[in-house]
Design a protein around this ligand. Structure first.
Ligand code: XMP
Length: 514
């Protein structure tokens, strides 16, 4: 689909996806491949540049992740980052050793801005270092283009062969001018003109989907989350009423969410497609009655989804394509690096429905990062409200109600959450906090309202700041905002007489309650 491609070779570093995202921010398409990928395959993709990521090993160790030295002789510009830089030096005749002083964190780096890699970069700039080893001796033909107090070769270049090595991490935001360095590499040194943009992605995808689907029928399970909604929008623009979306309302969605999804994708909405809403609330509450063990609840919700979806699919009959909202991090995290199909199971449990009659899977967002999915959504005219929706777990409010789920508890948590969302937005904090929601503790306690004694539930407010959702810190919400939320929830939500703010970071806590 794209003329220009940069390949990121993954050596297991924790920032590999970030490298690819930063390259795409330069409007250059790139893909991540494992270091084990055959060189012939890499060559055949005709990349305009190659970036080697960091990695956890020492490159001189036995069994360390490595690459063929031929990679550096393809005539394609190569940029090595951290481990990648060391590997390049070692492969080309330099020496890499354990540093006497390891560098970690924000570090002042002095760069030579006559190097094309550092064009326009300040001579003294802050970069993110994280290494035990260092380049003790550069490979022949290289010259140092950056230094730190402890690292004589913080970056090196061999301009004749367009080989560049950087000891620090330009991809992380702590490297203040890192984006400029990556831009210099892909747009300057590799000569990419920047032909990757979301408007052209949308246009080209629509064309490609039409070609692939022909007159065929497509079936998509729509959850109301960002990925499946954008997939639905894209498929609808491509094949219109050949697409059927099944939206299962399991009664564990946020307040009004089911109606919002229907307003966008249902009759009279902005998209042409067949939209089926299954109101399965009662069915779910029935299955969940008396169940309080978290894993069992998750399992029931996931399995029930598959059963409901299958029943609808049976009514529709055979389809040609089953569409999935798989996105690029799903592909990369599965370790496949685009080498074979990944099947993302809805709700992350249960897998694919067994009895849906389809011939092929279609995954229109398979190459996109989350921020790109959002841009594609806006490009398709899907509302900002939906496109910038926070992550919402497949089992929905089921994991935000501690203990047994009942219709009454769902209503309490929906109402409390709606107030919380509204007040966080009023305080202008909604884009600053990565995820926030109300949850219902299973605790009831005594209170007093007016002159009456109450014995009601306690709501917990959760708000976290996080980059990757693997670790998280509780967000600092101004006390007056918290007080306002508490007072509105207690006054407006029947059945609640106490509000807690959850301060727990992850680890040891998880973001969700269950
Ligand atoms: P935890 O609670 O594991 O959550 O710290 C990390 C992130 O994942 C989301 N989450 C889920 N997402 N299916 C999903 O699609 C699930 O079963 C699920 N459980 C948790 C959670 O909202 C947070 O963003």
């Amino acid at each position: 689909m794209n003329k220009e491609l940069v390949i990121v070779i993954d050596f297991g570093g924790q920032y590999n996806q970030l490298v690819a995202r930063r390259v795409r921010e330069c409007n250059v398409y790139c893909e991540i491949y494992s270091y084990k990928t055959d060189l012939k395959k890499i060559k055949s993709m005709n990349p305009k540049g190659i970036i080697l990521t960091g990695g956890p090993n020492s490159c001189y160790e036995e069994n360390a992740a490595t690459c063929s030295p031929e990679l550096f002789r393809l005539g394609i510009p190569v940029l090595g980052l951290c481990y990648g830089a060391q590997l390049m030096s070692l492969a080309l005749g330099g020496r890499v050793e354990r540093a006497a002083l390891k560098e970690y964190g924000k570090t002042q780096v002095h760069v030579d801005d006559s190097s094309p890699l550092f064009a326009g970069v300040s001579a003294d700039t802050i970069c993110w270092m994280s290494h035990n080893d260092y380049i003790a001796q550069m490979a022949p033909g290289f010259r140092a283009i950056a230094t730190t107090a402890n690292c004589p070769v913080a970056a090196a270049e061999c301009t004749d062969q367009k080989l560049y090595a950087i000891q620090f991490h330009p991809e992380v935001l702590h490297t203040v001018e890192g984006s400029k360095m990556l831009y210099n590499f892909v747009r300057g040194i590799c000569g990419c003109c920047g032909d990757w943009s979301m408007d052209s992605f949308v246009e080209e995808s629509i064309r490609a989907i039409r070609e692939k689907v022909g007159n065929g029928k497509v079936l998509l399970a729509l959850s109301g989350g960002v990925d499946s909604s954008v997939a639905a929008g894209l498929l609808s623009r491509a094949v219109g009423r050949q697409l059927t979306c099944v939206f299962v309302d399991h009664g564990l969605l946020r307040k009004n969410e089911g109606d919002e999804v229907e307003a966008i994708f249902g009759k009279g909405g902005q998209f042409e497609l067949n939209f089926i809403r299954v109101n399965a609330q009662e069915r779910y509450y029935g299955k969940l009655a008396g169940v309080s063990e978290p894993e069992e609840k998750r399992k029931i919700i996931g399995e029930e989804f598959i059963r409901v979806f299958e029943e609808e699919a049976k009514k529709i009959g055979a389809v040609d394509f089953l569409a999935q909202g798989t996105i690029y991090p799903d592909v990369v995290e599965s370790g496949l690096g685009g080498e074979s199909a990944v099947i993302k199971s809805h709700h992350n449990v249960g897998g694919l429905p067994d009895y849906v009659d389809f011939k092929e899977i279609i995954e229109p967002l398979r190459n996109l990062f989350k921020d790109e999915v959002r841009k594609a959504g806006l490009e398709l005219g899907i509302s900002e409200n939906l496109v910038f929706r926070q992550p919402f777990p497949g089992p929905g409010l089921g994991v935000r109600i501690v203990g047994e789920v009942t219709a009454e508890k769902v209503k309490i948590v929906q109402d409390a959450d709606a107030i919380y969302q509204e007040e966080i937005a009023n305080a202008g904090l909604d884009r600053e906090i990565n995820q926030y929601f109300a949850a219902l503790t299973n605790m009831r306690s005594v209170g007093v309202m007016g002159d009456e004694r109450t014995y009601d539930y306690a709501v917990a407010l959760r708000a976290v700041k996080t980059v990757d959702f693997m670790t998280a810190e509780a967000a600092e919400i101004p006390f007056d905002v918290l007080q306002k939320i508490m007072s509105r929830i207690i006054n407006e939500v029947k059945g609640v007489n106490r509000v807690f703010y959850d301060l727990t970071s992850k680890p040891p806590g998880t973001i969700e309650m269950e």
